[in-house]
Design a protein around this ligand. Structure first.
Ligand code: ADP
Ligand code: 5GP
Length: 188
């Protein structure tokens, strides 16, 4: 099984993915995307992202190396390498994707029943702003861009297999754990 996590930036995708990786370190592995944005804070090449140049990204597009890619924010490319899914499946693990809403919908179209798409819904746009400001790693200008995009992304929530409302964190984890348990039971 493959899980695709999507949400407006700041809604809690990374927090949900980290929860699953902590609870089930031998079951799941995060698909590491390529990006042309520079590392933020303590981010490490090969862990959070493969940080590559625009030239290298374009070469990879020409080689048809990506299962999916998007220009998520002006000028910045993000994409998933086909070889990343092969690498994780060869290790016997289930793949977790943390991608933007359009990318997630494209992945779901390509992967079909192999994947469960999960939309992480913030309690409100005001709370989203508070979380992005609280994270302290995004400029005020970028926060405004992400909030403007959030309103549009929320309209696509209906296309997802499952929705987790990330209001209270403990409650959100419970909703997520229930989805995983249900999927695992269906397969046994
Ligand atoms: P995303 O990966 O979707 O951009 P993050 O997981 O980085 O979002 O979450 C954004 C910020 O909000 C982080 O500082 C995170 O610790 C915080 N956060 C996540 N979920 C909650 C929650 N339920 N209540 C309060 N803060 C939260
Ligand atoms: P950030 O710059 O905050 O790490 O990520 C910005 C957005 O890009 C997030 O919504 C993240 O999920 C998304 N993203 C990360 N990797 C990919 C990818 O491979 N494809 C797509 N479409 N979006 C991605």
């Amino acid at each position: 099984m493959i899980y695709i996590f999507c949400a407006p930036s700041g809604s809690g995708k990374s927090t949900m993915v980290k929860h699953l990786l902590t609870m089930h370190p031998d079951l799941f592995e995060l698909s590491v995307s390529c990006t042309t944005r520079p590392p933020r804070g303590q981010e490490v090449h090969g862990k959070e992202y493969y940080f590559i140049s625009v030239e290298e990204f374009q070469k990879r597009i020409e080689n048809d190396d990506f299962i999916e890619y998007q220009q998520v924010y002006d000028g910045l490319y993000y994409g998933t390498l086909k070889e990343e899914i092969d690498r994780i499946e060869a290790a016997g693990r289930e793949v977790l994707f943390d991608v933007d809403v359009k990318g997630g919908m494209n992945l779901k179209k390509i992967l079909g029943d192999k994947a469960t798409s999960i939309f992480i819904c913030p309690p409100s746009v005001e709370e989203l702003r508070r979380r992005l400001e609280g994270r302290g790693d995004t400029s005020p200008e970028m926060i405004e861009k992400r909030l403007a995009k959030a309103s549009v992304e929320m309209e696509d929530m209906k296309y997802f297999d499952r929705v987790v409302i990330n209001d209270d964190l403990t409650h959100a984890f419970e909703q997520l754990d229930a989805i995983i348990d249900e999927n695992e039971e269906d397969r046994n």
